[in-house]
Write a protein that binds this ligand. Structure first.
Ligand code: MIC
Ligand code: SF4
Length: 756
């Protein structure tokens, strides 16, 4: 039986009336996204015809999921909120803190020792507050959610940008910072700007070497890393229904890479099959009874341009396998063009390592298709030319693929099987030789490939592809190998071709697992106490941030003007720093160390205006803090792209940065900054970015009359005595302005609870 089935049945019972009321209010057919949004309006939110991209609307999500690296901060905040229990079903998943080094069992043991303090903390907080706990080794949050918690028509939030993966099972699932999760767990409404809608019509059918991954790799190439910002992407058409549910998950997962709020698919037979195979036939039966409400009205898909803000059509029958990268997930190259593109760009073409798995691509189908290639090696007289690593997404998948002999095949060709965890996807990969910083190429089936992300080496060129293409490239050892047309030389000197990959959507003998790794919370957790050692290097209780003092901000110093791409990996690196995710002061020592200083093109080398000397960003900021001087960070386009980690907002807040002024923001990061009481502003005129000089002092004018819709003014005083006045836009609504004034959103919740 499914978890929380009563909650799901209640939602389905109420959904028709809510959707019908919304259809009447709008006077037109509804998209699936709208149906789910309207049926999750918070009870205090009146129904209205909300303007896309404009109105902030309050929602009541059905559930919350958190992974260990972000849960620490989310739960440290929740503990301050003063509630006895979470208000909606919530779960914690231990997946980010396991280093991939030798193989699964050994690596897991090391993590259990190294991160014991954090795991114990998360387990006891979960136990106390009624949160389901998934132990280290249980799997990656998004796979475990897809297998156990996602359901068609539901709405969830999660403290990880790839929460959107659950769109594969027809949800609206959205990545958020911990403070948002804290609100929902505390029973407060969750606010989102009513999204724009992008429709993607999939015609034709996937075949041969092309996989669901190629759909999103192609879409990322079209829309770029910011093309989905503020929008829900809704997929439909015969190509959508003919695809597996887990394949849909892959497509939704990487919607995070185009900045989309989320992506989703209408309920169909593939979802019903997946629900049944994962032991949730009860949800499938309940969903069947309201199936018209779990997809768009037929008029919408018949005439999409009338209902979506943008429509893209893709023919799956002609779609080619793609490789996206290096250093950004939207640089899409069809495999047939890789030879010329790599040569033109000077990309190293020898593939050193192929890695499959991650939250994006570790389904039974993915693994079975990859294994169909590995199986050919022996018969064709071939060997792997590159190293090959597998990270299964969940214990259920791992157990099932072990039972079905797949792991044995991988091991027989020399592959390593890592723990069911994020591992190499997030820099938790103890890669031999990475410290030498040699230029090299890897291919993986993960979702992100920002600089240094997998192994910490800035010279690793990482390309993203489907698991089957990654496997083929690991066999060939060559980035330009096109398995559709090219041959390989075998041990007899003959030219051989790989046969097309084949696999199974779902395990023929069903999924199986011995211990899935779940720990239910205590029925009454009031007696559970939570201890945090004040001397701990990994956990630190939070002190509330100070409220605004009521004055305009004067004489802030420019901390850094970041040049080009500045993702959350650049602002708060993961990998070796993940161990400090529960300790705000310690993790603040990585603040902006990956951002490129506009003035010298270096990372982590900025001018301290007090001494005139150049030094690391965190130390320089600490010097300003010690001197009681606030600072401003200036950024480029899509600042804060990537992850949901609110550390990227809390660190600057903690160290005394007051303003982040950019050409544009990624959605989650902008909200995180607001939640933590920072000023997140954008240039009204993007060319004003060029006016900012290295020795600038800055005044922020207009805060005493800070109002929604009215820009603020920033005066930049240059070293030569001249000044520039810059108009800075903002998207704060009244409530968000109150967060700024209170010092952080949490300060308001705390007051509300104390007053209740
Ligand atoms: C990521 O893929 O970047 C992460 C690591 O999963 C992050 C969350 C985190 O930083 O803890 C994300 O995607 O939100
Ligand atoms: Fe983990 Fe990578 Fe997925 Fe993030 S993208 S949740 S690090 S597997």
């Amino acid at each position: 039986m499914a978890f929380d089935i009563e909650m799901i049945k209640k939602l389905y019972t109420e959904m028709p009336a809510k959707v019908n009321a919304a259809r009447t209010a709008l006077g037109r057919p509804l998209t699936l996204s709208e149906k789910i949004l309207f049926s999750h309006l918070h009870s205090d939110q009146p129904l209205s015809s909300f303007e896309r991209g404009k109105h902030y609307v309050d929602f009541a999500p059905d559930r919350v999921a958190m992974q260990d690296a972000t849960a620490q901060m989310a739960l440290l905040q929740f503990m301050q909120a003063g509630r006895p229990k979470v208000a909606v079903p919530s779960t914690v998943h231990c997946d980010h803190l396991i280093t991939a080094k030798v193989e699964a069992k050994q690596d897991l043991q090391v993590a259990n020792t190294e991160s014991k303090e954090v795991y114990d903390f998360l387990a006891s907080v979960s136990n106390k507050y009624g949160i389901g706990f998934w132990k280290p080794g249980a799997g990656i949050i998004h796979q475990v959610v897809l297998e156990n918690y996602a359901f068609p028509g539901g709405m969830m939030i999660g403290t990880d940008s790839h929460t959107v993966n659950a769109g594969g099972l027809g949800m609206i699932a959205i990545g958020v910072g911990g403070a948002d999760a804290c609100d929902v767990m505390a029973g407060l409404p969750w606010e989102l700007k009513w999204p724009k809608l992008i429709g993607i019509k999939l015609t034709g059918k996937l075949s041969g070497w092309t996989a669901p991954k190629d759909v999103i790799l192609k879409v990322a190439g079209i829309l770029t890393v910011k093309g989905g910002t503020g929008a829900i992407v809704e997929y439909f058409g015969e190509g959508a229904t003919s695809m597996s549910c887990t394949g849909k998950g892959t497509i939704c997962n990487m919607g995070a890479e185009i900045g989309a709020t989320t992506s989703t698919f209408g309920y169909d037979a593939s979802m019903s099959r997946y629900l049944t195979a994962t032991g949730r036939a009860d949800i499938a039966t309940a969903a069947d009874a309201v199936k018209d409400y779990l997809t768009a009205d037929p008029e919408v898909y018949a005439n999409p341009s009338q209902y979506f803000d943008e429509v893209i059509e893709l023919d799956l029958s002609t779609l080619e396998p793609h490789l996206n990268g290096p250093f950004t997930p939207d640089l899409a190259t069809p495999i047939s063009k890789m030879k010329e593109v790599a040569a033109a760009n000077g990309w190293p073409t020898k593939v050193e390592v192929g890695l499959i798995g991650s939250c994006t691509n570790s389904s039974y189908e993915d693994i079975s298709r990859a294994v169909s290639l590995a199986k050919q090696l022996d018969a064709k007289g071939l060997k792997l030319a590159a190293e090959f690593k597998i990270t299964p997404g969940s214990e259920q998948v791992r157990y099932t693929i072990a039972r079905d002999g797949f792991l044995e095949v991988f091991q027989s060709v020399g592959a390593d099987v890592f723990a069911n965890a994020c591992g190499p996807c997030i820099g938790m990969w103890d890669r031999v030789g990475a410290e030498k910083k040699e230029k090299n190429t890897i291919v993986h089936s993960f979702n992100r490939n920002f600089a240094k992300r997998a192994d910490g080496n800035p010279n690793t060129y990482a390309f993203v592809a489907s698991p089957e293409l990654v496997t083929a490239l690991a066999i060939a050892g060559d980035l330009t190998f096109n398995p559709i047309t090219d041959t390989l030389t075998n041990d007899k000197g003959e030219q051989v071709k790989l046969d097309e990959p084949t696999g199974w959507e779902l395990p023929v003998r069903g999924y199986a697992v011995e211990d899935a790794g779940y720990q239910a919370p205590a029925a009454d957790g009031s007696g559970v106490s939570i201890a945090v050692d004040p001397a701990s290097k990994r956990l630190q209780l939070l002190d509330p941030f100070a409220a605004w003092d009521g004055n305009d901000l004067k004489s802030l110093k420019l901390l850094i003007k970041a040049k080009g791409k500045c993702t959350t990996d650049h602002i708060s690196m993961a990998g070796p720093w993940l161990k400090f995710r529960g300790h705000l002061d310690n993790i603040s020592n990585n603040m902006l160390i990956g951002a490129v200083n506009f003035y010298n093109e270096k990372t982590d080398t900025i001018k301290n205006q007090l001494t005139g000397e150049y030094g690391p960003v965190p130390a320089t900021q600490r010097a300003y803090k010690a001197a009681g001087i606030g600072t401003i960070v200036v950024g480029d386009e899509n600042y804060g792209e990537g992850s949901s980690r609110e550390h990227a907002a809390m660190e600057p807040r903690h160290l005394g940065v007051r303003v982040v002024l950019t050409k544009s923001f990624a959605r989650i990061h902008e909200t995180n900054l607001k939640k933590q009481g920072m000023l997140a502003l954008t240039f009204n005129d993007k060319s004003d970015y060029d006016k900012i000089q290295e020795d600038d002092s800055v005044d922020v004018v207009g805060l005493t009359s800070f109002t929604p819709g009215t820009p603020l003014t920033l005066v930049f005083h240059h070293a030569d005595g001249s000044q520039d006045t810059v108009v800075a836009n903002h998207t704060y609504n009244q409530q968000q302005i109150d967060w700024f004034k209170a010092g952080a959103a949490l300060n308001i919740i705390r007051k509300q609870v104390a007053g209740a």
